[in-house]
Design a protein around this ligand. Sequence first.
Ligand SMILES: N[C@@H](CCC(=O)N[C@@H](CS)C(=O)NCC(=O)O)C(=O)O
Length: 239
Amino acid sequence: MKYELYYWPSIQGRGEFVRLALEDAGAAYVDVARSRRKAMAAMLRLMEAGTVARPPFAPPFLRAGDMLIAQTANILLFLGPRIGLAPRRESERLWAHQLQLTLADLVDEAHNVHHPISTALYYEDQKAEARRAAMQFVHTRLPKFLGYFENVLARNPRSEWLVGARTTYVDLSLFQVMAGLAYAFPRAMARLEGKHRRLRALAERVAARPRIAAYLASTRRLPFNEEDVFRRYPALDVT
Ligand SMILES: N[C@@H](CCC(=O)N[C@@H](CS)C(=O)NCC(=O)O)C(=O)O
């Protein structure tokens, strides 16, 4: 099976969670919008109701044979077992999905710090509100989410991964969230460092996995930037 990943070509964004799973598995895939001219138009067409029976609302989405699947956590729920990155038992699969959805909540909250009023406005049009949102996020929500995932790691009796005995797509996503947060909130993350020993160790183990290490060193891994979900605005890295 050759997968087609549809995502905006110039940012890591939410597409990166899918990309990391495909890369770690060594799966055959095409990053459509980065692969050829006019691919963006094809991607946008797929989102228009009327062209396909089940149009996605937003990227990322994945074409697998005749299926077109959107929503990051949903894509990973589908891909995980097919590429060897999901647990076998149903209860553990649901647990992995639950954790992935919680990570999606964290990603949304991190994004909404720079877009607290609306995604449809520029950051520059909502700077004052963004500063207020940053205070709440950095002091309350970020420690709560990270504490939760640290605790999940501490409670897994079977391994140092999040779910069961082996690496799953959720571990790869947690690595990506930690990398994004360290980029966007370097001071806040440095302050919290001592409290999340297991999270940091997990992120290091993921980064050292041979296919992930090769991917991170390649040109396929775009740098973080200020068009992306995680953005470095010093005014929002509050103390
Ligand atoms: N809940 C969706 C969110 C998808 C999403 O927000 N995609 C962004 C890029 S990362 C987008 O292009 N949104 C366009 C829009 O919301 O109009 C997911 O997790 O995949």
